[in-house]
Each structure stands twice: as C-alpha cells, then as structure tokens.
Design a protein around this ligand. Structure first.
Ligand code: PRP
Ligand code: URA
Ligand code: MG
Length: 223
C-alpha cells in the first residue's frame, strides 16, 4: 500500500505485484465476464485484507488447550458497514465480505448518464444506521468524474458519522479523486492504481472499460 503524495489519505496498491497482476487481467479486453467477476472478487478479498492492516487491534487473553496466552483481535473488523454501489461493486463486495464478515451491508443503485452532464440516477437506497464506532467502506470499482461517489457519500452522511469513511475502488482518475477530496476532505480512498485521465465520454484511460458491462454484460439501449 502506497500513499499518493497528491492528496491526503489516498492510497494505491501499485507496490503489490499480485494486485497489479489481477488489475492487468481486468484491463485486458480479452478477459471474459467470468474471469472479470472473479478478478473483482479477488481484489475485494485482497484489498480488504490490506485494509485490516490499517485497523485498530486489541490484545486478548485466551487459553490454548495447554495454557493461557495473549492473542490479537482486529477490533475495527467487528464494526464495519459496506456500502455496495450497484452494479459493478457486487463482485467486489463478495470478496470484501469474506474478510470483513461481520459487516452490515448497505446497497445503493447508481447509474451515470451520458456526457457532458453525467447525471446520476440513484433510486434504490438501503443503508443501515451508522455509529461512531463504525468503519464505513463504500465499494465502487470505478472513480471517474467522481459524481457517483459524491452523491453516494452525501446520502451515506445522512445515516450517521462513522469513525472512518473509506472509499474502496479498482481504478480512479485524478479528476474524480480531486472532486471527492474537495467535498469530503476526511474520506480515505484506496484503489489499485490511479490512472492518467478521462476521455470525453468520462471513461478512465487506460482504464478497463465499463466495469458493470464487463462484469454483467451490456444492457439493452446502452444504459
Ligand atoms: O465517477 P463517475 O463518473 O460517477 O463514474 C463511476 C461510476 O460509473 C460506473 O457505474 P455505471 O453508472 O456505469 O453503472 P453500472 O455499474 O450499473 O454499469 C461505476 O461503477 C461507477 O459507479
Ligand atoms: O472508465 C469508466 C468510467 C466510469 N465507469 C466505468 O465503468 N468505467
Ligand atoms: Mg456502467
């Protein structure tokens, strides 16, 4: 995990060769939906594991069959809320919850319209109550213009103030990160890599294409 010098609290996993290998498979246009979904599940699991290294722990006394000893519990793992942003975060969440198995889960739908306005349609929202002990992990593979996450984070804010507010994604564009950090300076962002830029249609370059379509197939009428 590597802090990105351009913003506070923004981290990539460029220093992890295995995570980079999974990203490479996701980027490859010849990777089919099955492998693409599997790749997202793997990233959820491994990035979730890396996230636990940033969590508060506590020492506990236990007894082995032979004697008493001290052990470790990742305390913050007990108080996690994962917010899954439909569609593309579904496989990512599947991996994350393998590591963060106590998590309560919120689901929101978000669909980005076409350029230049990229209007976000968000009409399904189920978010649990958020407490000051909670670590909230908003999972969305792609942070492009940042419009989706800004809308989602505003909504999440209505349910309580957590101990930590985290965005976990696969790829981000610098524009999207800057916009999110401007509105939510305290949010922590973890992505495998921060890519170069956005194209005129709001796609990340070099990117991996439309994450939802690659995982689940393109919907009719291109929406
Ligand atoms: O940062 P932004 O410019 O807002 O774009 C990012 C959003 O675009 C994708 O969702 P999309 O709207 O394509 O929905 P889908 O997951 O159903 O394909 C992606 O999963 C993000 O939620
Ligand atoms: O590159 C992008 C940008 C937005 N949404 C995606 O799925 N991919
Ligand atoms: Mg999409």
């Amino acid at each position: 995990m590597k802090a990105d010098g351009r913003w506070e609290g923004v981290y990539s996993f460029e220093d992890s060769p295995f995570i980079m290998e999974i990203l490479t498979e996701l980027r490859d246009k010849n990777t089919d939906s099955i492998s693409f979904r599997k790749g997202l599940v793997k990233l959820g699991r491994y990035m979730g594991y890396e996230l636990t290294k940033t969590m508060d722990t506590e020492e506990v006394e236990i007894e082995t069959p032979l004697e008493k000893t001290l052990g470790t519990v990742v305390k913050d793992r007990r108080n996690v809320v994962i917010i899954t942003v439909l569609r593309a975060a579904i496989p990512l969440m599947e991996g994350l919850i393998k590591v963060l198995e106590h998590a309560r889960v919120g689901i929101v739908s978000a669909s980005r319209g076409k350029a230049p306005n990229f209007e976000i349609e968000m009409n399904y929202i189920k978010i649990p109550n958020i407490t000051p002990e909670d670590t909230v992990v908003v999972a969305d593979p792609m942070i492009a213009t940042g419009s989706t996450l800004i809308k989602v984070l505003k909504e999440v804010g209505k349910y309580g103030k957590p101990k930590r507010l985290i965005v976990l994604g696969v790829l981000a564009a610098p524009e999207g990160i800057s916009r999110i950090k401007e509105e939510f300076p305290d949010v922590e962002i973890f992505v495998t890599k921060i890519d170069r830029e956005l194209n005129d249609n709001g796609y990340i370059l070099p990117g991996l294409g439309d994450a939802g379509d690659r995982a689940f197939g393109a919907p009719l009428k291109g929406r």
